[in-house]
Design a protein around this ligand. Structure first.
Ligand SMILES: [Fe+2]
Length: 499
């Protein structure tokens, strides 16, 4: 019964100028359950009916008055290529059959035809058509899903890329995260708050709105969101709320925790002003990806900063202890750092190299901590043996900092800051460009400050004399280009003295 109902619904056009044949076809179709038939004795009327009301299948004669079966086939295929057309003719020829098939007829029947054969073909082509139609829907559906998936993956890629390339301090990173969240969800407002676990308090960090959306109501928003925040923190899970659960400005909200080692340290919350625009699971997933990646990025940054900070604190206290013993060199590290950085700027070094040079300049004499007082603080000239001991400070300094992978570049600079351009320096007697460039810069800055500082056994040179010394040793002790760059950074009286 169900099969018959389906067949009844299929409309079939029968076109033949021979009444007997047409009636036989109609009878056959009805006997097969195909009751929705329309019959025509010419092609033009058939085509008009097809255009007005459509159909599932056409059975047509070839030779008819008005337009032929072949012309009807052409018109139908132009209009809708998916309609199966079966050609029936009393004058079969191989040529005619091939032409009809080429033009899109699905089959060819010769008169007199076998009714079972006709039904068999009608069943076959209608079934094939419905499968093709379902496939087309499936295909469109999977194509859409595929495109959606690609869009989704592209958005996640954009999120990852943007987070990986985020630069600057935490303030800038937080703002970037907020703008990115607005961007990927299309929300109206985004708020990032930090959460202090000890005090159980929220601190507003960054608040942005989509362009055109007013920035007012920030404190109201924060107050309204507190309930959401508490839930997200206690469950450590993102929360998506719809418009019915909120009032006023909280039409639709997504709040996602940022966590480090399973502890919530911040919350990223996006809201929509308009109740008609709600967020979906996809928006939630975007924000979860964003916060997971951002948490990882911030964890690395914060860890690095705190590790680097505490190491530098330790080193600085070591340097202070040297300064406490040796007042004459108290400002030496600081002066050398200032001079070296000026030279780095003149030589247009990268930010990374400049940072390494800064750290190495501050630490370059850290090895002096191991030099006994009677040598380090000796007021007179040093004996050759004492000088050898002093010379150890660059290798000792390197040993102090080399255990830390973070200071790989700085380690080399500290080791080689007493090398000479002509190869007569220590500890390795490196020559010219074999000496790391940052160590060559440090060497010039270090020597200049040493020459201009007062020592117990001598007065410091005036700047002009020190510049003369540098220029005299240009290409011997020092890299000539670096001497030029260094001298170029000094004040004009020294510049004139050097010329
Ligand atoms: Fe030194």
């Amino acid at each position: 019964m169900a099969v018959h109902n389906q067949q009844e619904a299929k409309s079939i056009l029968v076109v033949d100028d021979d009444n007997a044949t047409r009636e036989l076809i109609i009878e056959t179709l009805h006997s097969g359950g195909y009751l929705n038939t329309r019959e025509f004795n010419n092609g033009l009327e058939a085509f008009e009916s097809f255009r007005e009301s459509g159909c599932e299948l056409i059975i047509s004669d070839l030779k008819m008055p008005g337009i032929s079966g072949m012309e009807l086939l052409n018109k139908v295929k132009e209009y809708n290529p998916s309609i199966p057309v079966i050609i029936v003719t009393g004058y079969p020829s191989i040529g005619g059959s091939v032409t009809a098939m080429k033009k899109g007829a699905v089959d060819f029947l010769s008169k007199p035809f076998d009714p079972d054969d006709l039904l068999f073909k009608v069943n076959l082509y209608l079934k094939e058509k419905s499968i093709l139609a379902a496939d087309a829907v499936d295909c469109e559906d999977s194509n859409w899903k595929f495109k959606e998936k690609i869009r989704e993956l592209s958005t996640i890629n954009v999120i990852y890329d943007r987070i990986e390339t985020m630069k600057g301090g935490n303030e800038e990173i937080f703002r970037e995260i907020v703008l990115l969240a607005l961007n990927v969800t299309g929300g109206d407002r985004c708020l990032l708050v930090l959460f202090d676990e000890t005090e159980h308090t929220f601190y507003r960090k960054t608040y942005e709105t989509k362009s055109g959306v007013s920035k007012e109501e920030e404190s109201t928003l924060l107050n309204k969101l507190k309930g959401v925040f508490i839930k997200v923190i206690s469950e450590k899970k993102a929360l998506l709320t719809g418009s019915d659960e909120n009032s006023d400005i909280l039409c639709c909200t997504i709040s996602v925790p940022l966590m480090i080692r399973n502890k919530v340290f911040a919350l990223l919350t996006v809201t929509n002003d308009n109740p008609a625009r709600t967020f979906g699971q996809k928006d939630l997933s975007f924000l979860q990806n964003l916060t997971a990646r951002a948490s990882l990025h911030l964890e690395n940054t914060l860890l690095y900063e705190s590790l680097f900070g505490s190491i530098m604190d330790t080193f600085e206290s070591l340097i202070h202890s040297i300064h406490a013993r040796d007042h004459y060199t108290e400002r030496h590290s600081q002066n050398v750092t200032t001079l070296a950085l000026r030279t780095a700027r003149a030589l247009r070094l990268s930010a990374y190299e400049t940072e390494s040079l800064k750290t190495a300049s501050l630490l370059h004499d850290i090895g002096k901590i191991a030099i006994p007082d009677h040598i380090l603080l000796k007021p007179g000239h040093l004996t050759p043996d004492e000088y050898k001991i002093i010379m150890n400070h660059s290798v000792i300094g390197e040993n102090i900092i080399k255990s830390l992978a973070l200071f790989e570049e700085e380690r080399k600079i500290v080791r080689h800051h007493h090398e000479r351009w002509d190869g007569n320096g220590y500890p390795d007697g490196l020559k010219k460009n074999n000496i790391p460039v940052l160590a060559r810069i440090l060497s010039v800055a270090d020597s200049f400050d040493a020459m201009t500082s007062d020592r117990p056994y001598r007065k410091g040179l005036i700047r002009e004399k020190a510049v003369d010394e540098l220029l005299k040793n240009r290409g011997a002790q020092f890299d000539p280009d670096i001497v030029d760059a260094f001298v170029g950074t000094l004040d004009s009286p020294n510049k004139s003295a050097s010329n």
